[in-house]
Design a protein around this ligand. Structure first.
Ligand SMILES: [Zn+2]
Length: 143
């Protein structure tokens, strides 16, 4: 057996062995978000946002539904619970969440000039009833 004087030359990168598949790096997907110790992908985030908005609108409906809907879209006679007088209510229109959503949908559909229409149409807004004597808020009529 003959000994050679020099060892074989060192190559920096060894050729990959046959059948070797490098493991995927966890940072490879861009759509994943790490929240604390939980890793969420885009689909899970979308589901969580949908659940959040459903809960938000449900809570809003419960809170609004707790107020008695005894008022209509026009002025009406009532007894003010604050000053105890028989009054004709004073009404004011107020943009509601529905008004903003309709305007947003019109904007998203490209109707830039039409997006202010919900703010001008009474049927897209709420009517708040106030006492003309003590200016107390009495209730809201929602369409
Ligand atoms: Zn009053």
């Amino acid at each position: 057996m003959e000994k050679s004087g020099n060892p074989p030359p060192y190559t920096e990168t060894a050729p990959p062995a046959l059948g070797f598949v490098p493991p995927p790096r966890p940072e490879a997907t861009v759509t994943q978000v790490v929240v604390g110790a939980v890793r969420l992908d885009l689909l899970q985030i979308t589901y969580l946002m949908i659940i959040f908005f459903v809960i938000l609108f449900t809570v809003t409906q419960v809170v609004v539904g707790a107020v008695p809907q005894a008022f209509g879209p026009h002025q009406q006679s009532a007894t003010c619970p604050h000053c105890k007088q028989q009054i004709i209510t004073r009404t004011e229109t107020q943009a509601s969440t529905k008004t903003h959503i309709i305007a947003l949908v019109l904007c998203l559909l490209g109707c830039w000039l039409c997006c202010c229409i919900p703010y001008c149409v009474d049927s897209c807004q709420n009517k708040n009833h106030y006492c003309p004597h003590c200016n107390a808020y009495l209730g809201t009529f929602t369409h």
